[in-house]
Design a protein around this ligand. Sequence first.
Ligand SMILES: Nc1ncnc2c1ncn2[C@@H]1O[C@H](COP(=O)(O)OP(=O)(O)OP(=O)(O)O)[C@@H](O)[C@H]1O
Ligand SMILES: [Mg+2]
Length: 265
Amino acid sequence: MLTAKIITFGISKGGCSKSTSSGITSYLLSKEEKVLAIDMDGQGNLTSFLTGEYDICNAFEQRTILEAILNEDSRSYIIKIKENLDLIPSNDFLATLPRKMFEKGLNLDALQKALQPVMEDYDWIIIDTPPALSEQTVMPLSTYSEAGSYAVIMFDGSIFAYYAIPKFLEIIDGARERYNPTLKTAGILFSLIDARAKENEVMQEAIEEDYPNLKFETIVRRKASTRRIAISGFERNSELKNALEFYNPFVEELKKRVQQKQPQR
Ligand SMILES: Nc1ncnc2c1ncn2[C@@H]1O[C@H](COP(=O)(O)OP(=O)(O)OP(=O)(O)O)[C@@H](O)[C@H]1O
Ligand SMILES: [Mg+2]
């Protein structure tokens, strides 16, 4: 039976291309397989990226991942983006999640419960998280799937992000121990990398030495056309091929990595 593989994009450093990368990955995977994208960040950037809607407070009022989690059933909160691609949106009210979870006595397996009824409807569940090691990041990592649950750690080559990586790996270890024994790190994805910056090679060597085999071979370079997808969208976008130059090989690599039998870490 079909069960979704879960891929959570994260890092506690802001602006490392989590939303952009999870959005593009969802789009590319949906060309051949069924994808559910989930926005776990109240900024709603993935929501805007995939829907083109920026007035998220009104547009998705009470129709978000917040309500899906609190009602322990995501089915009524899924919106169709296009053939094979669905989304559970978020908006600013996601900030109330911890308080409301506390009031309802919900635990870190609340997202798992919300997704259970739809787990078999998709090949992939792609989750964007906020730049924080909060419930909104821990819950996706705690969500188990028979087909596998994976984290992609986003890295922008900065020293801030470099020091955020071990903290994220600790959160992964914690989620694995408590809720999700088969959780794996799919890899560390270099993104927003300037072709000319001198420190990049040093960073690449450092990551390869610190975390052998975790670095994705594909390096996503900074490109104006990639940034502009948030404005132009995927349909009738004349520069899309150029914008996706680094994401096509990344998604192929991701697929290969999650099909491997032995754990990455
Ligand atoms: N490959 C790229 N080339 C150029 N610009 C990019 C690329 N990837 C992301 N960006 C831009 O960089 C900025 C940060 O990206 P994004 O919002 O995806 O990061 P994030 O990690 O989700 O941020 P946050 O931590 O706030 O959620 C955005 O303006 C985005 O459009
Ligand atoms: Mg984001």
